[in-house]
Design a protein around this ligand. Structure first.
Ligand code: 1YM
Length: 644
């Protein structure tokens, strides 16, 4: 029975294959936390999207079922149901052999680029139940697996149908994942992105436990994508769309110039976000900058002797989505993740497509073209100013003159930059207490008087005239804006210490805005903290006392304590003397710090801009929702890493 033997052997191989996934799930889906859990969904959905890209599926429906499983259904051709060369039905191989993806059925153009192409079998390996329904050739077929890919029901014809398509239902293994609860909005956002990137494709999501459902379908997805990114900005141009093919690479780009100061350029290669850019993005920028410069020279907006406009300046206010479709054999990524496209031809292809179209567009749209150039000239001036300011600061380093630049700063005495801390303290009186209470070996104090200038509204030149801002820039010592260099910072932690009231919150917001706008790396590299002063002091009859940080702690304490005490509520930092301030808010072994991180820089970008207007309430709301504040303790891993 040679045949039976081969079958058994390959069956054993299968189990070994999927067992590897169960042993080290992180290798296949990144992690076993909530992120990894959602990777399961992306993996299956990506197969449906491939089928849409191949031109067969037009609709994908995702359902979060009541039993905690997920169903993904598409109306494509349906997975082939015939026998595979191994002697087993193709679906059995597809769904339970590792790396089965591209090897079968000759799909040489796998475009959505699922995670390392291992696909559905990985999901099966990490599921308690995995069921596939295939509608194809007028028949419905089913196959199911359980407990990490063990065949439960072999492929069976279960009925007749006029439809075509594939339906996968899987229940994640709760023995593998730290959580098996799916997040509706996480999935919804990702599906929306897929719909935006694949015009015409209809994608729905339904949550059977809550009845929530959404449906996405965009006629001009990229245009819509840019429109949403630019929602609150003043526009300089209409949305420009560019499409073309070159060297077997298809490029599709949508862009718009706005009055904003920032650049938002998002890249995708075969539907996968390339967070770290790559050759397609470089090509786009090069083509765009070249076209605009050529136009500016040809039309004498730039004189012959003027230097060409700098790429950085030309990208202020630019919002763009750059997508490429690249055949499998040309795809290259740089680094370990798929964050950066490496395909060399993508640069020249996108550059040429962009250059050619923009050349044409600029001559046809002279008024907005001039505006783009004028804006870049302004940006150039601002950048030169920033550089000058930085030079002044540089030149003054270690010199006497520095004293005036450093204004009211009380420096730390120690020279270990990584452990030094800069406290930005609201008000002169709290500043005084902080100064006498601090540990002078590593803590520096900068008192801030009154309101900090709103950097969202003020021009860079005005900011540079503001004494407090200038002192802060000088003290931090790493420049500002495009000249900011994180490797030169003088402090490991910059700690904002304000009263726990609305004024304090406002000052925090203004400072965060400033850091976000001009020293973003300070936030992304986790150097910005907010100090949490206690709200209550409980004094006992024997004069001993303790501090409590919020109402919850107070309620908790009151409930459990038998001793009598008097409650003192702190209104502001100014009420604490130097010792108290040290003990509660500055002593690293006792204080509570909040680490400020930005979850999604892109979202943050957009929202900062919108909300830094006059609407304080809206602003506060936004900060609460989108800036992630983490108690230092809960970020211990990261902090330990950083401090070593
Ligand atoms: C809900 C998940 O997997 N859809 C899907 C998968 C395939 C096909 C169609 C398909 C591909 C091809 C030919 C081909 C897959 N087929 C294979 C393989 N949805 C989902 N829809 N016919 C159908 O690529 O040539 C792997 S995936 F290998 F069998 F062709």
């Amino acid at each position: 029975m040679a045949n039976k033997n081969t079958y058994d052997e390959s069956a054993i191989q299968v189990l070994e294959g999927l067992e590897a996934v169960r042993k080290r799930p992180g290798m296949y889906i990144g992690s076993t936390d909530v992120r990894g859990l959602h990777h399961l969904v992306w993996e299956i959905v990506d197969n449906s999207i491939d089928e849409a890209l191949a031109g067969y599926a037009t609709e994908i429906n995702v359902t979060l079922e009541k039993n905690g499983s997920v169903t993904v259904a598409d109306n494509g051709r349906g997975v082939p149901t015939g026998m595979h060369a191994t002697g087993r039905p193709t679906p059995e191989v597809i769904f339970s052999v590792l790396h089965a993806g591209g090897k079968f059925g000759g799909s040489g153009y796998k475009t959505s680029g699922g995670l390392h192409g291992v696909g559905s079998s990985v999901v099966n390996a990490l599921s308690k139940k995995f069921q596939v329904t295939i509608n194809r050739d007028k028949q419905t077929h089913q196959i199911s697996f359980k407990n990490g890919g063990n065949l439960d029901q072999p492929l069976t014809q279960t009925g007749n149908t006029n439809r075509t398509g594939t339906i996968v239902n899987f229940l994640p293994d709760d023995g593998i994942f730290t959580t098996t609860k799916f997040n509706f909005s996480t999935i919804s956002e990702r599906l929306k992105e897929s719909a935006l990137l694949n015009s015409g494709l209809k994608i729905t999501l339904k949550d059977e436990t809550t009845d929530k459902h959404v449906e996405y379908q965009f006629e001009n997805g990229l245009e819509e994508f840019v429109k949403e990114l630019c929602e609150d900005m003043t526009k300089i141009t209409d949305i420009i769309t560019i499409k073309g093919e070159n060297k077997r690479i298809e490029g599709e780009i949508a862009l718009q110039y706005t009055e904003d100061y920032n650049e938002t350029v998002l890249g995708f290669a075969n539907n996968v976000k390339t967070g770290d850019g790559g050759t397609h993005i470089t090509g786009f920028k090069t083509g765009l900058v070249k076209a605009i410069n050529d136009y500016a020279k040809a039309n004498k907006i730039l004189k012959d002797k003027d230097p060409r406009l700098d790429s950085n300046d030309l990208r202020e206010g630019l919002v763009a989505i750059v997508t490429v479709k690249i055949p499998e054999d040309l795809i290259e990524y740089e680094g370990q993740t798929k964050g950066k496209l490496g395909t060399p031809d993508a640069k020249s292809a996108v550059e040429q497509i962009t250059y050619n179209f923009m050349n044409f567009w600029l001559t046809e749209n002279k008024a907005p073209a001039t505006k783009i150039i004028e804006k870049a000239l302004l940006a150039r001036r601002a950048r030169e100013e920033a550089r000058k300011a930085r030079q002044v600061i540089r030149d003054s380093k270690g010199k006497k003159q520095n004293r005036t630049m450093l204004g009211k700063l009380t420096p730390a005495q120690g020279r270990k930059k990584e452990i030094n801390e800069l406290y930005l303290v609201e008000g002169d009186s709290a500043g005084g207490s902080a100064k006498s209470g601090r540990d002078r070996t590593f803590q520096a104090i900068l008192p801030l008087r009154g309101k900090v200038i709103n950097s969202e509204k003020a021009k860079l030149a005005d900011l540079m005239k503001n004494e407090e801002i200038l002192t802060m820039i000088t003290a931090i010592g790493a420049g500002i804006g495009s000249e900011f260099d994180i490797s030169e910072i003088n402090y490991g932690k910059v700690i904002i210490m304000t009263d726990a009231d609305t004024d304090g919150a406002h000052i925090q917001t203004l400072l965060l805005t400033f850091f976000f706008r001009y020293m973003k790396d300070l936030i992304t590299n986790k150097h910005i903290f907010i100090a949490l002063p206690p709200l209550y002091k409980l004094i006992f009859s024997d004069r001993s006392f303790i501090y409590l940080w919020d109402e919850d702690e107070l309620a908790q304490y009151s409930k459990n304590s038998t001793k009598r005490f008097e409650i003192q509520r702190y209104k502001g930092l100014g009420e604490m003397n130097a010792d108290q301030l040290w003990e509660t808010t500055m002593d690293p072994s006792k204080r509570k710090l909040i680490l400020v991180t930005i979850e999604d820089a892109l979202l943050a970008e957009k929202s900062f801009r919108t909300l830094m207007g006059d609407d304080a309430e809206k602003r506060k709301e936004w900060i609460q929702e989108n800036v992630k504040f983490t108690l230092e303790d809960s970020e211990v891993d990261l902090l330990v890493k950083e401090e070593n």
